[in-house]
Write a protein that binds this ligand. Structure first.
Ligand SMILES: CCCCCCCCCCC/C=C/C(=O)SCCNC(=O)CCNC(=O)[C@H](O)C(C)(C)COP(=O)(O)OP(=O)(O)OC[C@H]1O[C@@H](n2cnc3c(N)ncnc32)[C@H](O)[C@@H]1OP(=O)(O)O
Length: 570
């Protein structure tokens, strides 16, 4: 390695770290990051959705990479948030000294991070964290959080430090990072005052990446230096997971130095259980601690590098048309687009990304699998599962649904095939539904499986077809043809299969003519009550699902239903 090369790719995994900055809105998270990276302060407040920065260092001949995720204070995107907990190596939790609620949020955040890390069974240790009591420059009369109270709390928690800061006055910002880096055993030179900041233009950066020195010819400089990457882009979910898994592996190796079972043979038993799962998704589940390979050992990463080179899982394909502002999201999990943990997580994140994409105004939900919209929830996720996996699965479903039903976008379902149960829920959660005429069926058929549609499925159906029809439909587990669905208002239009997409596009034209703000306010006011009902009891609902679905009698019904599906086929 050239000693002068500070290249994003040159940092070995052991030298790559992700710092996640969390806290409620308006506590100064972005201001702290901006001070650290650019020594700048901007008095204007612009809410952050999620900003990503990258700083590269050359310290004592080694290259280090620090990624900084500056998160949103309001968190309408739970999947993105959970991912930030999982992928963070070190954390800054920010509250404002003039806002007690923001301090309480910091305490909650710490718990949530620990919970997330614990649920990923390969990583159990508490990550290094620092609590920043920002806006310490505020007059004492405005103070709501006492220094001593926080100091007392922090003294009782592991791997955690505390400082009051002022991003505005540049008070304790250097110390904040220095303390955190010490806690995380990172090189102290990463602190702002202990390295030379290199301002680098795009051309120089490109030169550096090609290995050309950006120092004047012949001049040696072995002092630590740091450079903010001008091209930092948030890595994809896939890269996030790969990196987090690599780290988990590293940590575990350091912790116990076990023998490394071959992942291919260790995971083989799950190939049949999770039909059409890709290696990537199995790895992801293993990483989440939800799939235990043979012998109960946690999967190792040794062969994961090979798996990562395999084609992307791609259970959710997004095609964004930037001319029209319309995105098409296609479910792609043959043979029947059943919704497992993996698909739901990918769907949630795809929806969150579109939600934050200002150029996107509408979304068409469709299928990449001919003859199927979605067969609903993957029954194998509910059959002979574990309480932990059930809860994780249900949370993923809740998040995907909250994102879809609560979306600011115009959402249209192009139903070009069967759409039972969870598939029907997805379709009903859109603003408009066009269904293919013919043999395909749609409906909430849960009772036929010996299970019960949860209250939020029922709420959505009530809003769509009214009380009387819902009561009949749910008790009977009724599946409707497209024409029947049209007659009760379950779908809005029925057309020949080859005209579904073009009909959606035509219908979209009139929706796109309505000013977004007025439409979004109207949509929100119509849907808020239903959304709030689930949002206020997500954990209770997830626990209730796990308890219900794992009952012996329910498992028996599911077993019989699976057998009937297989029999019907043969
Ligand atoms: C007091 C209140 C308490 C509330 C607590 C909560 C309770 C729990 C609530 C849970 C809510 C559940 C929602 C759901 O979505 S459950 C899923 C319901 N889905 C179905 O019933 C669909 C079943 N499938 C079909 O009817 C057909 O497959 C379909 C019409 C969709 C397509 O038919 P086709 O002939 O094209 O395909 P096959 O039937 O041959 O299927 C191909 C293979 O796929 C398997 N399959 C099908 N559906 C599913 C599924 N949903 N999950 C997993 N696997 C599925 C099928 O068995 C075939 O497999 P093999 O090839 O191995 O035979």
């Amino acid at each position: 390695m050239s000693s002068h090369l500070v290249d994003e790719c040159a940092a070995p995994p052991k030298n790559c770290f992700r710092l996640v900055v969390l806290g409620t809105a308006r506590v100064g998270k972005t201001a702290i990051v901006s001070r650290f990276l650019f020594n700048q302060y901007d008095d204007q407040y612009t809410p952050t959705i999620e900003d990503f920065h990258r700083k590269m260092y050359r310290i004592r001949g080694e290259v280090y990479r620090l990624d900084i995720l500056d998160t949103s204070g309001v968190h309408p995107f739970p999947a993105m948030r959970r991912l930030s907990f999982l992928t963070g190596d070190l954390f800054i939790l920010v509250y404002s000294v003039d806002n007690y609620e923001s301090y309480m949020e910091v305490m909650r955040l710490r718990e949530q991070i620990l919970e997330s890390k614990a649920s990923c069974k390969t990583r159990t240790a508490a990550p290094p964290m620092i609590i920043a009591g920002n806006k310490a420059d505020r007059p004492e009369s405005e103070r709501e959080v006492l220094y001593d109270e926080v100091a007392k709390w922090v003294s009782t928690v592991k791997k955690c430090a505390f400082l009051e800061t002022s991003a505005k006055k540049n008070g304790n910002i250097n110390e904040l990072f220095q303390t955190l880096f010490e806690l995380a055993k990172l090189p102290p030179e990463m602190s702002p005052s202990l390295h030379r900041r290199v301002s680098i233009g795009d051309q120089a950066w490109e030169a550096a990446k090609k290995g050309i020195s950006f120092y004047p010819r012949g001049k040696q400089d072995d002092n630590p230096l740091g450079v903010v990457s001008p091209h930092a882009r948030r890595p994809s979910l896939r890269s996030d997971l790969i990196e987090a898994e690599a780290k988990a592996e590293q940590e575990q190796r350091r912790a116990e130095k076990p023998s490394i079972p071959k992942i291919s043979s260790a995971l083989s038993p799950y190939r049949s259980q999770y039909r059409s799962c890709t290696w990537m998704s199995l790895l992801r589940q293993a990483f989440q601690g939800l799939v235990r390979p043979a012998g109960g050992q946690v999967c190792r990463l040794q062969v994961q590098h090979r798996c990562y080179n395999a084609p992307a899982a791609g259970h959710v394909q997004v095609d964004m048309n930037s001319d029209t502002g319309v995105a098409t999201v296609r479910l792609n999990r043959p043979p029947v687009n059943s919704l497992n943990l993996d698909v739901l997580t990918e769907l949630s994140i795809a929806l969150e990304k579109l939600e934050t994409d200002r150029s996107c105004r509408a979304m068409v939900l469709a299928s990449a699998v001919p003859g199927i919209f979605s067969a609903g929830l993957d029954i194998m996720e509910m059959y002979k599962s574990t309480p932990e996996r059930c809860v994780a699965f249900w949370r993923a479903l809740q998040d995907a649904w909250l994102n879809l039903y609560g979306s600011r976008l115009i959402t249209m379902a192009a139903i070009e095939g069967h759409s039972p149960a969870g598939g029907c829920l997805l379709a009903m959660s859109c603003d408009y539904r066009v269904m293919a005429d013919g043999k395909f069926q749609i409906g909430l058929n849960e009772t036929r499986l010996g299970i019960v549609a949860p209250f939020w499925f029922t709420d959505v159906m009530l809003c769509t077809i009214g009380h009387r029809e819902t009561e009949k439909a749910l008790q009977l587990g009724a599946m409707y043809s497209a024409q029947q669905a049209l007659s009760i208002g379950l779908v809005d239009k029925v057309v020949p299969a080859d005209q579904v997409m073009s009909t959606v596009q035509t219908e979209l034209k009139s929706w796109l003519q309505i000013p977004d703000a007025a439409r979004v306010i109207t949509k929100t006011s119509m849907r808020k009550q239903v959304l709030d009902r689930l949002s206020s009891q997500k954990e209770k609902d997830a626990q209730f699902f796990a308890d219900f679905i794992l009952r012996e009698s329910v498992q028996k019904s599911l077993g019989a239903y699976i057998a009937s599906l297989q029999k019907r086929k043969s």
